[in-house]
Design a protein around this ligand. Sequence first.
Ligand SMILES: Nc1ncnc2c1ncn2[C@@H]1O[C@H](COP(=O)(O)OP(=O)(O)OP(=O)(O)O)[C@@H](O)[C@H]1O
Length: 342
Amino acid sequence: MACFLNCVRFDVTTTTTDKPTSKGYGVTCYSSWDDVETLTSNFSRLIGSGGYSSIYMARFSGSDKAALKVHVSSHRLYQVFRLELDILLRLQHPNIVKLLGYFDDSEETGALLLEYLPQGNLQEKLHSSSKQVLPWRNRTTIAYQLVQAIVHIHEECTPQIVHGDIKSSNVLLDKNFDCKLCDFGSAKVGFSSMVQPPTMSTRSRQVRMVGSPGYTDPHYLKTGIASKKMDMYGFGVVVLELVSGKEAFSAERGEMLVHIAASLIREVLDTSVDIEDDKMRQFLDPRLSRDSVDIDELKSMLSVAALCIGSPPSLRPSAVQVAETLVQTIPSLSFLGCGKGV
Ligand SMILES: Nc1ncnc2c1ncn2[C@@H]1O[C@H](COP(=O)(O)OP(=O)(O)OP(=O)(O)O)[C@@H](O)[C@H]1O
C-alpha cells in the first residue's frame, strides 16, 4: 500500500514496501495495517477518544511509549485525518504534540503516531475528582506555553494556521506538566478567515459550526467567519478554567464559565474601578491555597482572559501580545523550564 502526501517535509521517508522506514529524527510512514496492529499490540489499550478518533497506547521503535490516533472507515473522518497529518508534518514546536509516524491507505483509513503525553489532558487534570491539585505556578506556565504554541501557528508558520478548537481537552501534559497543543482536525490553513458558503445544508452547517460547548467564539457562531481571534477566544476560556478550576460548560447546570465570570470580567476591564482583591480571590479555584497565589499574577491572568473573550473580535489581543503581557507580569515565566511537576 502506498503513502501519498501533498506536502512532504524533507525528513519524511515514504515507502511502498512492507517495511516502515524513517530517517534521523524524521517521521515514519507505515505502509501496512499489520504494522499499526503491532504498534498497538492489536489495539489492546484505549487511552482516549474524541469526536473524530480513538487513541491507543503504542510502542514506538519497540520500546518508547507513543499514542496512536486512528480515524477509520469513513471518508469524512479520513479527510479530518489528512488535514491533521498535513499540518503536523509542517509543525515542530516544543509546545505542540510531535508526530512520530503515520499510516495512510489514501481512501478511508488513517492513523497518526504521536508522542505519548503521560499526564493526559488539561481538562481531566483540572476537573477530575483526583486529590492531585495543579499548583498555581503550573497553571500560569501552561497558559504561557499554550499561547506560545498559538504564536507559532498564527505568526511563525507559512502559510499561517488557525487551530479552530482551542480547549482544555486539546491541551496535553507531559511528565513535567509542560503543555502540548494537539488535535488539528478543525484547523484552517493559509488564510486568516473563512466564510461558510451560504448554500451549505443545515445538517453540514451544524457539523462544521457547532464547535465545543463553552469554548466557541459567539462571533464565529453568528457569522461563520473563522479567524485567529477565535483561537484567542478559546484560549481566554482555558485561562478562566485554569484560574477557577471550573468547567467551560457544565452540562449539569447548563451553565457556561464565560457567563459565570461575566461580572468579574467587566470589573477587571473597567479601568475606573479599583477591583477588590477579595472579589478576584472568590473566583479562584477553591482547591488552591490562597497564599500560593500572588494577587498581581491573578489579576494578570484574569485581564488576559477578559481581553481574549471580549467583543468585537478585532479588539482581542494577538497571541504575541498575550505572551508579552504574561511574561512581563508573572515573574516565574522569565525562567522557562519552570513547569516542573506537581
Ligand atoms: N499524544 C497523546 N498522548 C496521550 N493522550 C492523548 C494523546 N493524544 C490524544 N490523547 C487523549 O485522547 C483525547 C482525544 O484526543 P484528540 O482531541 O486528538 O481526539 P479528537 O478525536 O480529535 O477529539 P475532538 O472530539 O476534541 O475533536 C485527548 O483529550 C487525550 O485525553
